[in-house]
Design a protein. Structure first.
Length: 155
């Protein structure tokens, strides 16, 4: 979900505060900052630190990430894909397995983004055609030679 474009972090904080119907004093108290300091932030006279933004986000009951993005401290991430959501939701795999799957998936996406500018959709489909309906396709069999310890012999 893209954040609305606002001129400054101060304007964004003020907009969120008025939307939540919280007074400047209430937010200052909840965030643990003085009224004048919060007012200066809202007017664009002061640039708050990440720690202060975190406290303000808690006072506004919004994501601190939203404030960090608005302040330019971090870049807005694209939302998780359904694949990442499914991997993270699967409790039948270990945390290590989950992280390995995510790393592999992200590396594929990164590789495809790098190739995307010079390749259109038709070229991609010709290089990797879809299987015919009703036809079962199998992945190639991978063979690896293992050295088996002791009296155990490989199949």
């Amino acid at each position: 979900m893209a954040l609305p474009k606002v001129g400054s972090i101060g304007e964004y904080i003020r907009e969120q505060r008025t939307h939540a119907k919280i007074s400047l004093r209430q937010l200052a108290a909840a965030a643990g900052v003085s009224n004048p300091y919060l007012s200066q932030i809202e007017r664009g006279l002061r640039k708050p630190s990440a720690e202060i933004l975190n406290q303000i986000a808690k006072g506004l009951h919004i994501s601190s990430q939203a404030l960090y993005v608005q302040a330019g401290l971090i870049e807005e991430r694209e939302p998780d894909s359904d694949v990442l959501t499914a991997i993270r939701a699967d409790h039948l795999i270990t945390e290590r397995q989950r992280q390995v799957l995510i790393d592999i998936y992200e590396s594929f996406r990164k590789e495809n983004r790098a190739e995307a500018p010079g390749e259109d959709a038709q070229t991609s489909q010709k290089a990797h055609p879809a299987p015919e309906p009703g036809r079962v396709t199998r992945a190639p069999r991978l063979t690896t030679r293992y050295r088996c310890p002791g009296n155990i012999s490989p199949r």
